[in-house]
Design a protein around this ligand. Structure first.
Ligand SMILES: [Zn+2]
Length: 500
């Protein structure tokens, strides 16, 4: 028997789950490669080889069956069982579809009624459960010319989950729309919806979006666990000095604190940790966000309802009449919101919010670009925090990079970053990949951040644009990134990808 090491990314998921589930469980085997002439089978125990050969020769009469022993057998075997289970659910749905179509004489292509069947519900639940189990934030289901691909986002990166037959995609899409209570026949325009469901005693909200594409339709489901534990500010990854600045800013009880960074960089986590640390029974904390990502009892979380003409801007206008001490505004998108946030701060409220910008100076530009007044900005801004989430190197497989590694790697693409951070090339690490990290080389994420504190020199800088940028009190991202890299917690390519 030959040995082989597999790579999950390059495996055909269809082949991985092509043997019958019961058979795979009984004989502890799976298929991993199939050509026109041969099929490659991995098995745990060579004792089973004879029995397996007997069954498989019958099943694949015109193929040469080859047996292999695989490194990390258990990891791939579990993935293969998952695929086989998925295929079984697909087969059941296909059978139901065929039955429905033979019984419908008028329209043999009908799928009507199928979206309410237990078969499609089971298939969708399986996809959702698998994504929840692997701690995904989103599920993407896209229709392509041949078939549909199901992927999930883990730690910011998309990974393949399943391949779905084209005709089942339509049923799944209708099922999702039914679950969201929106028009299931509509696939020519963008649709949004949401639904809630319990998985293993935990409640989840799912936010659904569908847009028409050139090959059909793209579906995205955001997974929002209902009671996520809000983290303590101390545990987010700010160093002692920065943490102290943030804490004393919040303690002051007035001013605007702005968080910036791209989507998915953990802004709401930090925002809610800040709210948690400002909480007291003597304060009213009001939040206006769309959607509400965390439900917290001790906050007054305004519920928006566009259908009744109570949107973001209407809520903002009512917010101040609610006599809050602290306000959290999900995002500043326009001048009206910006002015309200800064005016509230001037009248003694603490306002926490986010803004679309890459870094702290970019945030200042954006505020002025939206039409913000320099005077008000200078007197009511407290602090800007820019942040990124960097994937953490897997502690089971990461290794120290040899000294010339990054110099050679991708034609020296990373040398600029190495020079800027003045990194010691003897101290850099790199990813490898193993069963603990599903072959990706990374597991979990860490935050790096940049702080810009409003003080005398920033106010002067803002009022008098000629002043030197050097005088501004900035705590740069560089320091955080350098620490992370030289302590082997992340790799150059990862920091380059998310920040530089
Ligand atoms: Zn690993």
């Amino acid at each position: 028997m030959q040995n082989e090491s597999l790579d999950l990314e390059s495996l055909d998921l269809g082949v991985l789950g092509m043997l019958e589930l019961g058979f795979m469980q009984k004989l502890e085997c799976f298929a991993f490669q199939k050509t026109e002439q041969s099929i490659k089978i991995a098995l745990r125990d060579s004792v089973q080889k004879e029995l397996l050969a007997f069954h498989l020769d019958k099943k694949f009469a015109n193929l040469r069956v080859e047996f292999y022993q695989i490194q990390d057998f258990d990891f791939f075997y579990q993935r293969a069982l998952l695929q086989a289970e998925f295929w079984l659910l697909c087969e059941n749905l296909k059978a139901k579809l065929a039955l429905l179509q033979t019984n419908t004489y008028k329209n043999p292509n009908t799928q009507e009624g199928l979206e309410d069947s237990k078969e499609v519900k089971r298939l969708l639940d399986f996809i959702l459960q698998e994504a929840i189990d692997s701690q995904s934030s989103d599920i993407h289901i896209e229709l392509h010319t041949q078939n549909a691909l199901v992927r999930k986002r883990i730690d910011g990166i998309l990974q393949k989950s399943f391949v779905l037959e084209k005709n089942l995609f339509a049923v799944l899409s209708s099922r999702l729309k039914l679950q969201c209570n929106i028009d299931m026949t509509e696939n020519r325009k963008a649709l949004d919806g949401r639904f809630s469901q319990t998985f293993q005693d935990k409640e989840f909200d799912f936010r659904f979006s569908s847009v028409p594409t050139i090959s059909g339709e793209s579906l995205v489901i955001r997974i929002l666990p209902k009671d996520i534990e809000v983290l303590e500010l101390e545990n987010l990854g700010f160093d002692t000095e920065r943490l102290q600045i943030i804490t004393s800013t919040l303690y002051k009880g007035s001013g605007v604190v702005i968080l910036v960074g791209p989507t998915g960089c953990g802004k709401s986590t930090t925002l809610h940790a800040m709210l948690k640390s400002s909480q007291s029974s003597h304060k009213k904390i009001l939040t206006i966000e769309d959607p509400i990502e965390y439900q917290v009892d001790s906050l007054t979380q305004i519920l928006l309802n566009e259908q009744y003409d109570f949107g973001f801007n209407q809520a903002l206008r009512s917010a101040l009449r609610q006599d809050p001490d602290v306000m959290m505004i999900g995002e500043i998108r326009d001048l009206a919101t910006l002015e309200l946030a800064f005016q509230s701060a001037l009248t003694g409220h603490l306002v926490l919010t986010t803004l679309h910008a890459n870094n702290c100076l970019g945030a200042l530009d954006r505020i002025l670009g939206l039409g913000g007044k320099v005077d008000i900005l200078a007197s009511s801004l407290s602090l800007i925090i820019a942040q990124r989430l960097v994937r953490r190197l897997c502690k089971h497989c990461s290794i120290k990079a040899s000294e010339g590694f990054y110099k050679e790697y991708k034609n020296g693409l990373y040398m600029g970053l190495i020079e800027q951070l003045q990194l010691d090339q003897k101290n850099l690490w790199r990813s490898v990949g193993c069963k603990h990290c599903q072959g990706y080389g990374f597991k979990g994420r860490i935050m790096i951040n940049e702080l810009l504190l409003n003080n005398e020199s920033l106010s002067t800088f803002l009022r008098d644009q000629k002043k030197d940028l050097q005088d501004i009190k900035m705590f740069p991202m560089d320091v955080d990134a350098k620490n992370l890299l030289e302590s082997g917690q992340s790799s150059i390519d990862e920091v380059h990808r998310v920040w530089w």
